[in-house]
Design a binder for this molecule. Structure first.
Ligand code: NAD
Length: 322
């Protein structure tokens, strides 16, 4: 039986008791019989009157519901926005998500040879891409950058809060500026970006936010009070937003890498790096591509929400939390 969507409304506020957003439509069969049916939020932004589809009876925890499944699903490519995308991990994530078919919005405060190379590789993978200048620590810059991405692609489905810096010093030598700068970029930046992007995810029925934390946010590290606080803070953001945004189909996950072979890790004093490798059950640095593969898994696996996933060659289990 073929059904036609007569009229519909997208419900952006979760309706109790479902803890979920969805659309409600009036649908009509070939004989002119009309019923009210529920429509999955994944069709948000793409529903149109007179769309053809089928109606099924779906059993849910709340009883049987009529569900309309549109046939003419217009396939717009999904879009991933990566902050700090000119750096080692951000660049690897952009390439991995391009392999998964995402259009890529690469953002950073700097545009350099690495940015150019990343964009070239992304392009060679056959997906659309753009560079957008975003300083995550500046709210206006974040809002302007997100608007640019929406103007070009119309949607953002994945946000990778990856931009980050270190300003290491022992407590007494750590200046208030070192503290403020790290917190502003690593933590407040993720807040600004999530706040600007989430309404666009809601409009398209969902999305995924991945926060790039660190094992330092789980177990601490001498000389990194500011960095550790920012990375633990990202875990708090993850737990909270995972609860708050689930009704809108948005998942939020943090990943916590150990030392990854990038500019950031290679700037660490050799003695600290040696000590780290001595403690690690698998004594080597992690490749940015290995982190990127985990991010892709998080994006694709719809059961992951509100968790922190270490990727650390076993370091956290061999580090006493003394
Ligand atoms: N490398 C590691 O060992 C390691 C381990 C755990 C977590 N991380 C985290 O991974 C993320 C990426 O780090 P990386 O190792 O690729 O370092 P990286 O220095 O190569 O890249 C960081 C990127 O962030 C950008 N950035 C800095 N300030 C910014 C701002 N205000 N706005 C936007 N972008 C800004 C930089 O320009 C750079 O391109 C960081 O959040 C870092 O804390 C890194």
């Amino acid at each position: 039986m073929v059904w036609k969507l007569i009229t519909y409304t997208e419900l952006y506020a979760p309706v109790p008791p479902y803890k979920s957003t969805f659309a409600i439509g009036v649908v009509e069969d070939e004989k002119g019989n009309r019923v009210i049916a529920r429509i999955d939020r994944k069709y948000f932004g793409r529903l149109k009157s007179n769309m053809i589809g089928e109606v099924i009876d779906e059993w849910t925890a709340f009883g049987a519901l009529k569900k309309f499944i549109p046939k003419e699903e217009v396939r717009t490519p999904k879009v991933a926005l990566i902050t700090g995308g000119s750096g080692g991990i951000g660049s690897a994530i952009a390439i991995e998500l391009a392999k998964a078919g995402y259009a890529i919005a690469l953002s950073d405060v700097v545009y350099n040879k690495d940015t150019e190379k990343t964009l070239e590789i992304v392009k060679s993978l056959g997906v659309d891409s753009m560079f957008v200048a975003i300083d995550v620590s500046n709210r206006e810059s974040v809002e302007k950058g997100v608007s640019e991405v929406i103007n070009k692609f119309g949607r953002i489905d994945v946000l990778i809060n990856n931009a980050g810096i270190t300003r290491d010093a022992y407590l007494q030598r750590m200046t208030p500026e070192d503290w403020d700068t790290v917190i502003k970029i690593n933590l407040t930046g993720a807040f600004y970006c999530s706040r600007a992007v989430v309404p666009h995810m809601t409009r398209y029925g969902g999305g995924v936010v991945v926060n790039i934390s660190s094992i330092v946010g789980l177990i601490g590290n001498v000389g990194q009070t500011n960095y550790a606080a920012s990375k633990s803070g990202l875990i708090g953001i993850t737990y909270t937003l995972a609860k708050e945004l689930a009704p809108y189909g948005i998942r939020v996950v943090a990943i916590a890498p150990g030392f990854v072979k990038t500019r950031m890790a290679l700037a660490v004093p050799k003695s600290i790096l040696r000590d780290y490798l001595k403690r690690s059950p698998i004594p080597r640095l992690i490749e940015p591509e290995e982190v990127a593969k985990l991010v892709r898994h998080v994006v694709e696996n719809e059961a992951l929400n509100g968790v922190v996933i270490p990727i650390d060659l076993g370091l956290t289990i061999s580090s006493p939390r003394a």
